[in-house]
Design a binder for this molecule. Structure first.
Ligand SMILES: Cc1cc2nc3c(=O)[nH]c(=O)nc-3n(C[C@H](O)[C@H](O)[C@H](O)COP(=O)(O)O)c2cc1C
Length: 395
């Protein structure tokens, strides 16, 4: 585990207690957002290590996997269901548009993979997903949403595994779904609902609308988890204060900054820990990340997977273009070590990066791609199930 230099000070204000997801108690109400291509076993462990270093827990959600792939025994899907030995609380996000498949997949996750939590993806904005009526498009079909949630809850209930849903505000501002989704989730027996305060149309552009999260908190009795634009631990506390959420879901803010989980754990204990690692400490974290990826995937694939993280780790640090470029091409841990040794270990953290967005941002979609006639009827129980799509691009 990588040690980090931190400076604790007390924070004012009231804090939410533990997060209760059915029978599952999470002392620190913080969830690592599912991120396709990012939240694999190695990354989840890296973040978990940061929380455990300060005696905290949390929920660390696996990359989204498709129900159909799981039910049909697809090798690629099954290969994504790898857990680290440190993960005693396995959490998986399922994608699906077919109540039968989702129910069966939930059963498999509980019976064969011993998961402790299942999240369902109803927020993905990727066109190849919404084109099939999946992800963020699906909650428009209230009846179908209810049927999927009920099946998942029913399948997981004998194992005492809580089911949550994660969604967006709606398809666009004229087709909002989050309040109905909250009510449907509650009626279906979901343990919580997570809301990303953007529409599908917005994708990752603009800023997340936390007022909609507050509105959902008022609308339902189940716990609401707030998601969108938590870049620092103080943002998480501000979200709790402004919206009344029972917990937070953190995605892009921890890209290249797994230590954010340490800061979040401290924040929810009433302390402020601003982890401002020097470049030497960041290099040690990079090494740890690449090492865990290699452990889980083999060195060659692990190092390739690591490449995409390099620019996030180095954002704002004084590192030359050639070195950055070489780091983004590593193919072995030995090469990584040589290149990391060229970094200036004493370079201080670029504080200008604090609070700054990272990862996907971009522009709103010109139009959300939906199946023909999707918006004509808001029930959809009879919707002929579209083919599940690959999990590759996530949401
Ligand atoms: C690379 C990437 C992959 C993502 N994959 C998923 C996914 O598989 N399932 C999902 O529900 N959300 C996915 N998301 C969305 C995040 O979980 C989260 O809702 C979103 O990034 C907003 O939170 P943030 O502002 O904290 O990043 C993904 C986001 C990113 C950046």
């Amino acid at each position: 585990m990588v040690a980090m230099t931190t400076t604790p000070t007390r924070l004012p204000g009231s804090l939410p207690g533990a997060l209760h997801l059915g029978g599952l108690t999470v002392e620190t109400p913080v969830v690592l957002a599912p991120m396709a291509g990012i939240t694999n076993a190695a990354y989840r462990r890296l973040c978990l290590e940061q929380m455990q270093a300060v005696g905290a827990d949390g929920v660390f959600v696996c990359e989204m996997i498709t129900s159909r792939g799981l039910v049909e025994g697809d090798a690629m899907t099954r290969s994504m269901l790898v857990f680290d030995e440190l993960e005693t609380r396995r959490s998986v996000q399922l994608y699906g548009t077919d109540p039968i498949h989702v129910g069966k997949a939930a059963e498999i996750l509980c019976a064969e993979y011993g998961v402790a939590h299942i999240d369902l993806n109803f927020g993905c904005p990727v066109p190849k997903v919404t084109r099939k009526g999946g992800g963020g498009a699906l909650p428009w079909k209230r009846g179908l949403l209810g049927a999927i949630l009920e099946n998942a809850v029913r399948a997981a209930a004998p194992y005492d595994v809580p089911v949550t849903m994660k969604t967006r505000k709606g398809i666009d501002d004229d087709h909002l779904t989050y309040l109905d989704a909250g009510r449907i989730a509650q009626e279906a027996g979901c343990a919580a609902i997570a809301l990303h305060g953007r529409t599908v149309e917005q994708a990752y552009s603009g800023t997340a609308d936390w007022a909609s999260i507050a509105e959902l908190v008022d609308h339902v009795d189940i716990p609401v988890l707030g998601n969108g634009d938590i870049w620092e631990a103080t943002d998480a506390l501000r979200m709790v204060e402004e919206t009344g959420v029972a917990g937070v879901v953190v995605g892009r803010g921890c890209l290249g900054r797994p230590w954010l989980f340490r800061d979040l754990a401290a924040a929810f204990r009433g302390e402020r820990i601003a982890t401002l690692p020097r470049l030497g400490e960041v290099a040690a974290m990079m090494r740890r990340h690449a090492e865990l990826l290699s452990l889980h995937m083999g060195e060659e694939r692990g190092c390739k997977e690591f490449r995409k993280h390099v620019s996030w780790y180095l954002k704002g640090f004084p590192v030359g273009g050639a070195l950055r470029h070489s780091l983004a091409l590593i193919d072995s841990l030995a090469t990584l070590d040589v290149l990391l040794s060229e970094l200036d270990p004493d370079a201080v953290f670029p504080v200008a990066e604090l609070g700054a967005p990272r990862g996907r941002q971009g522009t709103p979609r010109k139009r959300v791609v939906l199946p023909d006639g999707w918006l004509d009827d808001a029930d959809g129980r009879d919707w002929l199930m579209a083919e599940d799509v690959s999990a590759a691009s996530g949401g």
